[in-house]
Design a protein around this ligand. Structure first.
Ligand SMILES: Nc1ncnc2c1ncn2[C@@H]1O[C@H](COP(=O)(O)OP(=O)(O)O)[C@@H](O)[C@H]1O
Ligand SMILES: [Mg+2]
Length: 267
């Protein structure tokens, strides 16, 4: 990891996610305030801030899972690769094809390792189309290879996924997003349930995926944010306080609130 993190981010101007004046309320409680963000394609952006500042809320707005709750109201706009994800003719399922999400606790389905990898693909497959055995095998192998899990599990693909170690389960949860070919991966504290060794393994994987996917990762771990991201966003009480190159933010933060948080002066 150490040497790959030293590489400078590819210069990129294309935007993966762009929000304008995004406000969100849970009932009468406002959780996001005028969030204007431009998240670049192909790099890793970390999202940091104290508990309750709206990090998960922001992620869940991008792939439209907040709206499952009947009492959420959103104003403003979110574009993913230039498409307004809240436009009238857009179905949430189309959005989730473009935008995959990984949660704090690995949540494999109660199926085999193989069927976990194929699940999303089958869900998004055109009606009536059947996947041949060899095409399915290829998808399973290439997805598991991409998450650095193939060698460990190739001889037990038909075993239940829940029997894997936690870090392997989390890698599997990333693997099952890939066959759908998302452009953006949202990760909400993906290492928080893992031990230090598991954290390192998953971080290494996230770094491997850099460039192929746009990754937006929430973390409470300042060391992880500073090691494993190109850009960093700091949020406080539902507002974006600062968005900078990670190296810059951790050395010379622009705002006092950012400095206080990074130095551990609050939450
Ligand atoms: N489903 C919900 N219903 C009502 N309030 C919520 C819900 N989810 C989060 N909140 C509130 O919104 C704020 C932001 O929460 P969240 O996005 O989970 O923060 P973070 O991920 O930064 O810890 C918090 O005050 C939290 O209590
Ligand atoms: Mg959260």
């Amino acid at each position: 990891m150490a040497e790959s993190t030293a590489l400078p981010a590819e210069p990129t101007t294309a935007l993966a996610i762009e929000t304008r004046k995004l406000n969100l309320w849970y009932g009468t409680f406002q959780a996001l305030f005028d969030v204007d963000l431009e998240i670049k394609q192909g790099i890793i952006t970390s999202l940091i801030g104290p508990s309750g500042c709206g990090k998960s809320t922001f992620l869940r707005s991008v792939n439209r899972i907040n709206e499952r709750l009947g009492y959420v109201r959103t104003t403003g706009s979110i574009e993913v690769l230039g498409f307004d994800v809240y436009a009238e003719n857009v179905e949430p399922v189309q959005v989730r094809k473009q935008v995959g999400m990984v949660f704090q606790r690995p949540n494999p389905l109660p199926l085999s390792i193989r069927d976990n990898v194929l699940f999303g693909y089958r869900t998004h497959q055109e009606r009536g189309k059947r996947l041949s055995r060899s095409a399915a095998d290829e998808i399973v192998e290439s997805s598991l290879r991409q998450v650095l899990l193939w060698d460990q599990v190739k001889d037990r693909l038909d075993r239940p996924a829940v029997g894997l170690a936690l870090e392997e389960q989390q890698k599997l949860c990333i693997a099952r997003l890939l066959p759908v070919k998302p452009s953006v991966l949202l990760m909400d504290e993906p290492c928080s349930a893992l031990d230090p060794k598991g954290t390192e393994a998953v971080e290494e994987l996230i770094w491997e995926l850099r460039g192929q996917y746009t990754i937006l990762i929430v973390t409470h771990n300042m060391a992880q944010a500073s090691r494993a991201s190109d850009e960093c966003i700091f949020m406080l009480l539902g507002k974006v306080i600062e968005h900078s190159q990670t190296a810059e933010m951790f050395v010379t933060p622009k705002c006092q609130e950012t400095a206080d948080y990074i130095e551990g002066r609050y939450g």
